[in-house]
Design a protein around this ligand. Structure first.
Ligand SMILES: Cc1ncc(COP(=O)(O)O)c(C=O)c1O
Length: 392
């Protein structure tokens, strides 16, 4: 039988490489109720080509939600419904870049966003980040170097909130500085904001979009993390003129709004109070998983490994001792029954090979502790092998 899901399970391996949710946490019953209500309420109108911007009830609900979870609520004319954050980025590439344009990408960054950008004939340039996100001094150096070559950056992609892969969360001060640089240089800053709802210790900081001068930032949001990725539903907030350009695209003219039936269903999930309930449940579950993994890592990782538990999102970033290559460690880890993504996957250039990313979204707490134990043993064995105590 052909598969119906993307994930491939490998028996015997706790695979912390997948940034996917645990099926047990997905709100199937709430979606079933909402689907029935939508069909009852809207009849066949729910099933025809939808308004280009997206369904009105969903846009109104998103505006109201962001009034609570962000520092500024968008107007409905600032919002466009998308088929997830990935499709939003793709649409922005289609309408806001031309072949040969330069796009700046923080490094490390969400590796699959880089894949979307690489589907285009764009020049990608990395800018390093520190624990607080994009390094502004380094960004200005990159921009000056581009200017020396007679080039300007067209777009900058970054994940300021609960970063994939590092879990870092940019300070408000850095958000303001980044927005100011983008505005000063006329760069369209694409803020990937998919983890805003999954904040475990404190509310997420204001989005860069909310503190930026008008037109400098497009924020892309998603229901993949707060409800379910199979919905393929997200949104963007931009200034009204860019939003208007996007809804005038050939794609939306031909197909109408993206996933209108799903959009109406998600609006109903919100109206019925099931979005709040789901997000509260997810936050509690993922917080517990984050903590279990952190405890396991604290107990089992050998000296010289470093990590900081993230304040939200799905990912735990780990630094191995200098000289230990996470790519070389991987076969040994998999033999021990645990897997992950080597950190080098997330860098545009100059990868730090002693880093790795663990997703704590897929497994319950006990299995995460077991994964940490297996990883600790694999690292221990690998270090002893490197030091020549053991031969394979
Ligand atoms: C930072 C980031 N952006 C976007 C996505 C994908 O979002 P969507 O499912 O809405 O396309 C992910 C999924 O892992 C992600 O981590």
């Amino acid at each position: 039988m052909l598969p119906i899901v993307q994930i491939v399970h490998r028996p015997g391996i706790l695979d912390l490489g997948w940034g996917h949710p645990d099926l047990a946490l997905l709100p199937a019953a709430a979606l079933q109720r909402a689907t029935a209500t939508v069909l009852e309420r809207y009849g066949a109108s729910a099933l025809t080509y939808g308004a280009e911007r997206g369904p009105g009830p969903l846009i109104e609900w998103i505006c109201a939600r962001l009034a609570h979870t962000d520092a500024r609520a968008p107007d409905p004319v600032d919002v466009v419904i998308t088929a997830g954050a990935s499709q939003a980025l793709d649409l922005l590439c289609t309408l806001c870049t031309s072949p040969g344009d330069t796009v700046i990408v923080e490094s490390p960054t969400y590796h699959l966003a880089v894949r979307i950008l690489r589907d285009r004939p764009l020049e990608l340039v990395g800018v390093p980040s520190d624990a607080d996100g994009v390094d502004i001094d380094a960004l200005e150096i990159v921009l000056a170097r581009l200017a020396q070559r007679g080039k300007r950056a067209r777009m900058l992609y970054c994940v300021p909130t609960h970063h994939n892969p590092t879990g870092s969360c940019m300070s408000l001060e850095r958000r303001r500085a980044l927005a100011a640089v983008a505005a000063a240089y006329g760069i369209l800053l694409v803020e990937d904001d998919v983890y805003r709802e999954l904040s475990y210790d404190a509310p997420a900081p204001p989005s860069v979009w909310s503190v930026a001068p008008p037109g400098a930032v497009v924020r892309i949001g998603s229901f993949s993390k707060s409800l379910a990725p199979g919905l393929r539903l997200g949104y963007l907030t931009a200034d009204a003129s860019l939003a208007q350009r996007l809804i005038g695209s050939g794609l939306l003219d031909s197909g109408g709004g993206l996933n209108p039936f799903v959009g109406l269903t998600v609006a109903e999930v919100g109206a019925a109070g099931d979005f709040d309930a789901t997000v509260a449940r997810l936050r509690a579950a993922y917080r517990e998983r984050r903590d279990a993994l952190a405890h396991g890592l604290r107990d089992y990782l050998p000296p010289g490994c470093r990590f900081t538990a993230p304040g939200g999102g799905f990912f735990q970033w780990v630094e191995l001792p200098e000289g230990v290559d996470a790519g070389e460690l991987l076969p040994r880890a998999e033999q021990a029954g645990v897997s992950y993504l080597p950190g080098s996957r997330f860098y545009l250039d100059a990868p730090r090979r002693n880093t790795l990313r663990l997703a704590f979204s897929l497994y319950p707490p006990q299995q995460l502790v077991e994964a940490a134990r297996r990883l600790g043993k694999a690292i221990d064995d690998h270090i002893r092998f490197i030091n020549g105590y053991v031969t394979d």
